[in-house]
Design a protein. Structure first.
Length: 428
């Protein structure tokens, strides 16, 4: 059966299209894009009037928790949450139990996702075995099994020599290195950004240097190894400056920013509420403003979620004892529209670049385009629909969000994966 999407504003940076186009989907692929396509007998017609029609969103940074922490999230529930957020492809981090650190675990994840996930799952393998930082995982074999990147997310590989060898192997395997930049010798028991809020709440602080030192190291290593480096969840003004300088120096480095870092600051933390505890932490206004400027200028090329679900019990322990992390899959589009697009910081075209086209290029997957012949991963967005964020509405098992009660403008209408509608919001 054919699906004809009519009347929407097609925004596709891959083909440089931005205007009124109809999209015809057949056999799971984009068959035709034209200003006017007349429906044929048997076509399913989808009215996209007033909607953005964009290549399916791609999240470079999620935590699905399975295997080992299914009480927080599963591949099935995490994929459903991603679909509700407009994502058609997601990259789960390997810090599960057991860790995704072998070709066997990569294949297990792919098989599980094929049976249970409504969106595309692109595996990320660990840099070291068990993420222990002692011995490299079999990077080549994981890439051959389907891993699109390696990452030690949740920590950094502190052994610089070992990490450099991992970067060399990633380059040889043709996959990306996703870097969590955190000097664990400096972070200690830090829970919030180092500053007055941490002092007022009586918890140890995490300075910008915790992130900046490793970001600088990793950029230097990327220059010497020639690997493709992507900096995850950047939170400091100097990370923006370093990425800009590295790009000017011809280093193959990209970077992402998450909504909580480009919207909130440490000053927004209301008290001992662990829904405001994430790693890296909420920083200063100066840092936040630099991240926004970096996104606006295209220095920071991707917007990701760092979706990190936890149980309500875990997050009720207070900032000092609760785990780091917040959920993000179901709110990122609305938050980005509200705080970047509707404020003029990004155009709709630039938003699609940072949430679909560039993420696809960063990990080297054939997605992020609605050109004829491409797989029909498509997100439909109602740009002006307003609603209030409530964690109770999430399909994710995690409800841990600092954006509870926020009124936002812009909402996912439908998510289409391989020509099949996997999420729809028909509340209007």
């Amino acid at each position: 059966m054919s699906l004809l999407i009519k009347g929407g504003r097609l925004i596709d940076p891959a083909t440089k299209r931005d205007g009124q186009f109809d999209v015809l989907v057949k056999d799971g692929k984009v068959c035709r894009v034209d200003s006017q396509i007349e429906p044929q007998e048997g076509d399913q017609v989808l009215d996209a009037s007033g909607c953005y029609v964009v290549p399916g969103l791609i999240d470079l940074h999620v935590h699905l928790r399975e295997p080992g922490f299914e009480y927080k999230e599963t591949i099935k529930t995490g994929a459903m949450a991603a679909a509700r957020g407009g994502y058609t492809s997601i990259c789960p981090m390997p810090n599960t139990k057991p860790v995704i650190d072998s070709p066997e675990m990569v294949r297990w994840l792919k098989d599980k996702a094929e049976n249970e996930a409504v969106v595309n799952i692109w595996p990320v393998g660990a840099v070291t075995k068990g993420q222990m930082g002692k011995e490299l995982a079999d990077i080549k074999a994981m890439a051959e099994a389907g891993a699109v990147a390696i990452s030690e997310d949740g920590k950094s590989v502190m052994d610089t020599k070992l990490y450099k060898e991992g970067m060399i192997q990633a380059k040889e395997a043709g996959i990306t290195v996703l870097a969590h930049c955190e000097d664990k010798t400096l972070v200690g028991r830090g829970a919030l950004n180092a500053g007055p809020v941490a002092q007022r709440l009586g918890v140890e602080g995490i300075g910008n240097d915790v992130e900046d030192i490793i970001a600088a190291r990793d950029i230097i290593l990327a220059k010497s190894t020639g690997c493709r480096l992507h900096l995850c969840h950047c939170s400091t003004k100097d990370s923006v400056a370093m990425v800009k300088a590295a790009r000017a120096d011809g280093i193959d480095v990209t970077a992402e920013v998450c909504p909580h870092h480009f919207i909130l600051t440490q000053d927004d933390i209301p008290g001992d509420d662990a829904n405001y505890k994430m790693n890296p932490p909420l920083r200063s206004r100066e840092d936040r403003d630099a991240l926004v400027e970096g996104l606006s200028q295209g220095i920071m090329e991707a917007i990701s979620t760092d979706h990190a679900p936890h149980s309500a019990e875990e997050k009720s322990r207070g900032i000092a004892k609760a785990p780091f992390g917040i959920v993000g899959s179901e709110t990122v589009l609305s938050l980005t529209m509200t705080y970047l697009v509707h404020t003029g910081k990004l155009t709709p075209y630039e938003m699609v670049e940072r949430m679909s086209w560039r993420p696809a290029q960063i990990i080297g997957i054939d997605r992020g385009s609605l050109a004829e012949g491409k797989i029909a991963d498509i997100t439909l967005i109602r740009p002006d629909e307003e609603y209030v964020i409530h964690g109770a509405d999430f399909v994710s098992k995690g409800k841990n969000t600092p954006f509870e009660g926020f009124k936002v403008r812009g909402k996912v209408y439908k998510t289409i994966v391989g020509g099949k509608v996997v999420f729809t919001d028909d509340q209007m």
